[in-house]
Structure formats: structure tokens, C-alpha cells
Design a protein around this ligand. Structure first.
Ligand SMILES: Cc1ncc(COP(=O)(O)O)c(C=O)c1O
Length: 379
């Protein structure tokens, strides 16, 4: 099976050979099958327009099923296809019935998508508590930040800058037992790690497809636990979100029973074709095997960079506290200078959280990681 898997990967990634691509936490390169799916879709649009639209809907249906499987959702009815993480979080924040005095607990290191949306509720008397995630026990810091007025915990599964990974199961169990809603920005883990919304008692999970899911920007996974669907008041309406959305003559309508109610109009069919192809690769390879490789690559970098005296790791080294992101800084060189040098050597990475962020995926070869470490060792 392992050789079969390696064979699968070898034919799928066509990165230019001079590039050391370690930036999946930003925007991932596509697999070849995604390029082919987009080319086929474009060709079809040119030659036959939407003549075969029902087939496009089949692809859309397959994507919903793949996403449900990817995150362990009980049914594709719990999945909506939205534009991006920010939109999904906005549907939740502006859909829930808040009361003045409620609070939301989050961390002080969230990506702006998972901060601004909650801050936008300030006018309604809702407080956002941004807890500092102390590295000894970050989950405890979050739990201790809650009180009897806490209605929701909003947290990233993996922090975008430091790469800190949280124990979602521990957080979810605690939230569920106290009636606090658990909302996860999963963009830095879905597609990299096995995800199970049921095991982890996740109420809402949102993630755009262009990072670890290897898809394009602009098609996001939105999961809402079925029991909570009616708690979210809708703010966008259109033909696509009603129950009988293919009957345009019907004057009486109800909102769709499924999570399709969160999709107001025509879907992003181009993005849907691309993301469906990308996920088919992850799922053929197997998410358990993907996770193993992602963690192995992260581990390799943590160990190798940790041995270089001139560097300080900003990502936690404990096995359960990291995923695919490894962030570090040079003890003497400013981050911008290190970034400039890496970029000159065609290392595709990011400057984040006061350091350099490397983010290899499951398909990243060991030779690429070794080359980056040997460059770092020279400086
Ligand atoms: C944790 C996290 N959330 C959200 C986003 C992006 O949000 P959106 O999908 O709305 O563009 C990023 C992108 O870097 C991220 O790292």
C-alpha cells in the first residue's frame, strides 16, 4: 500500500523543481487532477455551455459527501458550501440570538477572520474575551476564561502563526457539558489532520479550501450541527436556499431543511469541481496516512531546527501540540532579513508571528526539508 501511495503522489504534484514549497498554511499548490478537472470544466463550458448541468450537480453532491466524510459529520445535509471562512463565521455570529451581557471566549492569537466577526457584535452588548494561551496548558487557559455568561468558544484548531494545535476533544467535551457552543476555525487542520466533529463535540466548523485541502480559494466548508440549524437566523435569501429550489414557479416557500439554507444563490461550480478533485486525492491516499506524513514532516523540521543553536522555535515541540506548521526565528537576524534570504533561495514560506513559518504537506519530500535546514544552518 505504501508504494501505491507514493506512486499516487508522484504523479500528482507538478511543482517547479527549483521551488521549495513550504507554504500550505497560506495557499497550497493544486494536484494535477484538480488542474485537469478545471480544464475539463472550462472546455465543457466553451463547447456545450451548461447543457450537462445535472452532471455538475452530481459533482456538487459528491463534494458535500466528501466534506461530510472528511470531518466525520453524520450527513451531507449538515454541510453548506460558502465562499470562505469569514463568511461562514459571519453566518454564525450574526445568526445566533445574543443577549446583552453574553460573552464569547477566544484566544489572543487568532487570524483576523476569527476575531473581527466576534468584535462586530460589540454594539449588541456581546463581549469578546481574548485569552492568552499559556503554553503549559492552553486549553485550561480557555476554559478558565469562561464564566456563566459565556455562550460560545471560538477557536482555531491550529493557530495560523505559532502552529499551536489544541485538544479539540477536551474543549468540546467541556463546552457540551456546560451548554457552551463550540465553534472551530478549522482552516489550518482540515485536510491535514483527521477531523471528527462528533467525537470532538464541535457545533460549528468552518474552513476555506485553499490550504490543506489543496483546493482553490473561494469554496469553503461550513458545518453546522443539525440540532442548531434553526438557531441561526438567516440574513441572506435567494432561490437556492428554499426547500423546493428547482421549482421556480412556486410562490409559497420554506427555507431548506438542510444546510443548503445557508447558500442563497448560484453555487461556485468552478470551485466546486476543483475542490472535489482535490479532496478525491486526499481521500484516496487516506486521511490517516495524510496525517501521519504531515506530523512526520512537522516533527522533522522541529527536531532539525531545534538543534540549530542560532534559532528559536516558536511552535510547541510536544507531539500533540503541533500539526503541519513550524515557526521559528533567528536569534540575531531580523525576520525580514531571514525571509529575504529564504526567498532568494526559492523557499516559499511566510513571515508570521514574528518568525518564519514553514508548512509542508503530506506530499512534501524529505529532500526539500533537508535543503531548507541546510540553508538555515549556514546563517
Ligand atoms: C486561521 C485562519 N482562519 C481564516 C483564514 C482565512 O480566512 P478566509 O477563508 O475568510 O479568507 C486564514 C488564512 O490564512 C487562517 O489562517
Amino acid at each position: 500500500m505504501d508504494t501505491e501511495r507514493e506512486h499516487l503522489v508522484a504523479g500528482e504534484f507538478g511543482l517547479r523543481s527549483d521551488l521549495l514549497y513550504l507554504n500550505h498554511a497560506a495557499v497550497a499548490p493544486w494536484p494535477q487532477r484538480t488542474r485537469r478537472a478545471v480544464e475539463r470544466f472550462a472546455q465543457e463550458n466553451v463547447t456545450t455551455g451548461a447543457l450537462h448541468y445535472p452532471r455538475w450537480v452530481e459533482t456538487e453532491t459528491r463534494l458535500r459527501q466528501r466534506l461530510a466524510t472528511l470531518i466525520g459529520a453524520p450527513s451531507p445535509d449538515e454541510i453548506a458550501l460558502l465562499k470562505n471562512t469569514s463568511e461562514g463565521l459571519s453566518v454564525i455570529a450574526w445568526g445566533l440570538p445574543w443577549r446583552a451581557g453574553d460573552n464569547i471566549v477566544s484566544s489572543d492569537e487568532e487570524f483576523p477572520s476569527n476575531r473581527i466577526v466576534w468584535e462586530s457584535l460589540r454594539d449588541r452588548g456581546v463581549e469578546l474575551r481574548q485569552v492568552h494561551l499559556d503554553r503549559a496548558d492552553p486549553e485550561r487557559a480557555l476554559l478558565e476564561g469562561m464564566d456563566e455568561n459565556t455562550r460560545l468558544l471560538a477557536i482555531s484548531s491550529v493557530q495560523y502563526a505559532s502552529g499551536l494545535r489544541l485538544d479539540l476533544q477536551r474543549l468540546g467535551e467541556w463546552c457540551r457539558s456546560r451548554g457552551v457552543l463550540f465553534c472551530v476555525d478549522g482552516i489550518q487542520s482540515v485536510g491535514a489532520l483527521c477531523t471528527d466533529v462528533q467525537r470532538d463535540h464541535i457545533d460549528f466548523l468552518v474552513a476555506d479550501g485553499h490550504k490543506w485541502m489543496l483546493g482553490p480559494e473561494g469554496v469553503a466548508l461550513f458545518y453546522c450541527r443539525a440540532e442548531l440549524r434553526d438557531r441561526l437566523r438567516l440574513h441572506q435569501y435567494g432561490w437556492h436556499m428554499v426547500e423546493q429550489h428547482q421549482d421556480y414557479e412556486l410562490r409559497e416557500w420554506q427555507v431548506a431543511a438542510s444546510a443548503r439554507r445557508f447558500e442563497c444563490g448560484s453555487p461556485n461550480m468552478l470551485g466546486i469541481h476543483a475542490l472535489e478533485a482535490s479532496l478525491s486525492l486526499l481521500q484516496e491516499y487516506g486521511m490517516a496516512a495524510v496525517e501521519e506524513k504531515v506530523l512526520e514532516n512537522g516533527r522533522f523540521l522541529l527536531d532539525a531546527i531545534g538543534e540549530l543553536d542560532r534559532y528559536e522555535l516558536l511552535t510547541p515541540t510536544k507531539k500533540s501540540s503541533h500539526a503541519g506548521i513550524v515557526t521559528f526565528r533567528h536569534r540575531h537576524l531580523p525576520g525580514e532579513e531571514l525571509y529575504r534570504r529564504l526567498t532568494r533561495e526559492k523557499v516559499i514560506c511566510a513571515l508570521r508571528g514574528g518568525g518564519i513559518r514553514l508548512s509542508p504537506h503530506f506530499h512534501t519530500g524529505r529532500a526539500v526539508l533537508e535543503r531548507v535546514v541546510s540553508l538555515l544552518a549556514q546563517w
